[in-house]
Design a protein around this ligand. Structure first.
Ligand code: ZN
Ligand code: ZN
Length: 452
C-alpha cells in the first residue's frame, strides 16, 4: 500500500504510554502504526525527530456558535482551536437561538459545516418547556445536553424538577446531562448585600461567589443524578477542589459521573484577576493559589476526567470596564488557543504530569465520554488521523494579537509558555503550521455523538 502521509521518527503518545513509532495515514485515517525504520511507500513524509505526536485535543466546551456576531464565530474559534492543538470542538447550546430545538440544531450544523477548519460536534440544551425536543436532537447527534443551575445572561436556568425529569428522559435515550453548577439564590443574595454597600468591584465579585456556592450545586446535582442513574452526569468547569472530592466519592459509590476543569482554574489565581481585570473574569471565578494547587492534584490523580476550554469571549468594550464597575464586565474568558499550552506549562513541566495523562484528559477521555470514540480520541488503526506535533521544551511568549479569536484578548497575554504546538493535522490534513492556519473554512466536518 502507498500511504498518503508517513509521520516518521516521532514519539507517539497515547493515554497508555509513549512509543517510538511511525504513523502511516491513508484517506484521513490511521492506516498503520509501524516500527521505526520499517520501509514503506508514502506520498508525503514528515520528519518528527525530537517531537511528540499527540492525539488531537477535543474541547467539549466551546462557545463559538452563539449567533452573536460581536462575540465569536465558529470560523475564528476553530482556527484558534487548530493553532492550539485542538482538532474537534463541541459547541455549547447557549446560542441565538439556543440549541434546544432540531431547527436550531440544523441552523448551527449548517453554520459549522460552512465555517469550521477543525471537526465539530453540537450540544443540545435541557431547559424548561423543551423536553419534547430532546429525542430529535439526540437522534441527530447532539447527545449531550446542558443545563444551568443558576441564572445566566443569555440562557434559561433549569429548575431541579425539570433537571431530574430531563435526566430521566435523556437517561432512557442513552445520553448525557451536564450542568453549570452554582447556587442561584446564595449568589444573588451576596451580590445584593455588596450592592447595597455600593460595592461592585473585583472583591465584591469574588466575595459573592465563594466556594460553597459552587459546592452546594455540585452536591445537589450528585443527589439529583442519583435519582436518574441511567443518565450520564457531567459537571462542567469545576473550579474547586472540594467539588473534586465530592465527585470522587460519588464515583466510588457507582454513580456514572464525570467532571471537567479549565485552564483558567489551573493557570490563573485571584491575584491574576486583580491584575488582569475583566479579561480574566469568568463564572465560577478563578480561585486562590492553594485551590489551584489542590485542583492540579485531582487532575493528575485521575479524579478530574476532562480538560475543557470553556472558551466564551466578549468584545473588548464588554470586558474592559472601570475598576469600581467590575460587575458590568462580561463573564467568560477566551481559551481555545491556550488550553493545551497551559496544561503543558503548569501541568507537565511544573507539576510532573505525564504526557499520557494529558492525552487522556484532553482527548481519549473526552471522546469516550461524548460518544466519539474510537473515531476520535486515539491514534489507533482505523481512527481519524487527528494529531499535533509537539516540541515539548520550546519556550514562547503568549501574545494576545497572535490569537485567532474574533476578539483578540487572553488572560494569559505576556505569559511564557513551555511546549510549542508546531503543526496540527485533522484527518491527515495539515490545518495549522507554526500557528498559521493553512486550511480553508468548511474543511472541518460534523461529528455526531454516538453514546450507544
Ligand atoms: Zn458555565
Ligand atoms: Zn461555558
Amino acid at each position: 500500500m502507498v500511504f498518503d502521509l508517513l509521520v516518521e521518527n516521532g514519539r507517539l503518545v497515547s493515554e497508555g504510554g509513549i512509543v517510538e513509532a511511525n504513523l502511516a495515514i491513508k484517506d484521513g485515517q490511521v492506516a498503520a502504526v509501524l516500527a521505526p525504520g520499517a520501509t514503506v511507500e508514502a506520498r508525503m513524509r514528515l520528519d518528527a525527530t525530537g517531537k511528540f505526536v499527540m492525539p488531537g485535543a477535543i474541547d467539549p466546551h466551546t462557545h463559538g456558535g452563539h449567533g452573536d456576531p460581536d462575540r465569536e464565530t465558529l470560523l475564528n474559534a476553530s482556527m484558534a482551536a487548530a493553532a492550539g492543538g485542538i482538532t474537534t470542538i463541541l459547541d455549547q447550546p447557549l446560542s441565538n437561538p439556543s440549541t434546544v430545538t432540531i431547527a436550531a440544531f440544523e441552523k448551527k450544523l449548517a453554520e459549522g459545516s460552512k465555517s469550521c477548519v477543525v471537526d465539530f460536534g453540537i450540544w443540545g440544551g435541557l431547559i424548561p418547556g423543551h423536553l419534547q425536543n430532546l429525542k430529535a436532537m439526540y437522534d441527530a447527534g447532539a447527545q449531550a445536553f446542558k443545563s444551568f443551575m443558576c441564572r445566566c445572561s443569555n440562557y434559561p436556568m433549569t429548575d431541579d424538577g425539570t433537571l431530574l425529569k430531563g435526566m430521566r428522559v435523556i437517561g432512557d435515550l442513552g445520553g448525557l446531562v451536564a450542568v453549570h453548577a452554582e447556587n442561584d439564590t446564595l449568589i444573588a443574595q451576596l451580590v445584593e448585600d455588596y450592592a447595597r454597600k455600593g460595592k461592585r468591584d473585583v472583591e465584591a465579585f469574588l466575595g459573592s461567589h465563594p466556594a460553597y456556592t459552587e459546592l452546594e450545586a455540585i452536591l445537589r446535582f450528585i443527589f439529583i443524578a442519583e435519582q436518574a442513574p441511567r443518565c450520564r452526569a457531567h459537571i462542567v468547569h469545576m473550579s474547586i477542589p472540594e467539588g473534586a472530592a465530592a465527585v470522587a466519592q460519588a464515583k466510588a459509590e457507582g454513580l456514572n459521573i464525570s467532571v471537567e476543569t479549565c485552564p483558567q482554574y489551573l493557570g490563573l489565581t485571584e491575584d491574576d484577576l486583580r491584575r488582569v481585570g475583566g479579561i480574566a473574569k469568568c463564572d465560577p471565578p478563578v480561585r486562590s493559589r492553594e485551590a489551584v494547587d489542590e485542583l492540579w492534584e485531582f487532575v493528575i490523580d485521575g479524579t478530574i476526567d476532562i480538560l475543557a476550554s470553556d472558551h466564551s469571549p466578549h468584545p473588548f468594550d464588554k470586558k474592559v470596564v472601570p475598576e469600581a464597575e467590575f460587575w458590568k464586565a462580561g463573564e467568560g474568558v477566551t481559551g481555545l488557543q491556550t488550553m493545551v499550552p497551559v496544561a503543558l506549562t503548569e501541568g507537565v513541566h511544573k507539576r510532573g504530569m505525564s504526557l499520557s495523562r494529558l492525552a487522556a484528559i484532553s482527548s481519549t477521555n473526552v471522546a469516550q465520554r461524548f460518544g466519539l470514540y474510537p473515531r476520535k480520541g486515539t491514534l489507533g488503526v482505523g481512527s481519524d488521523a487527528d494529531f499535533y506535533l509537539l516540541d515539548l521544551d520550546r519556550e514562547w511568549v503568549c501574545r494576545a494579537q497572535d490569537m485567532h479569536y474574533l476578539n483578540k484578548h487572553t488572560p494569559f497575554d505576556g505569559r511564557t509558555f513551555r511546549g510549542l504546538i508546531e503543526k496540527t493535522f485533522v484527518r491527515g490534513k495539515l490545518v495549522s503550521d507554526q500557528g498559521a492556519i493553512v486550511a480553508g473554512p468548511g474543511s472541518g466536518r460534523f461529528v455526531p455523538m454516538r453514546m450507544n
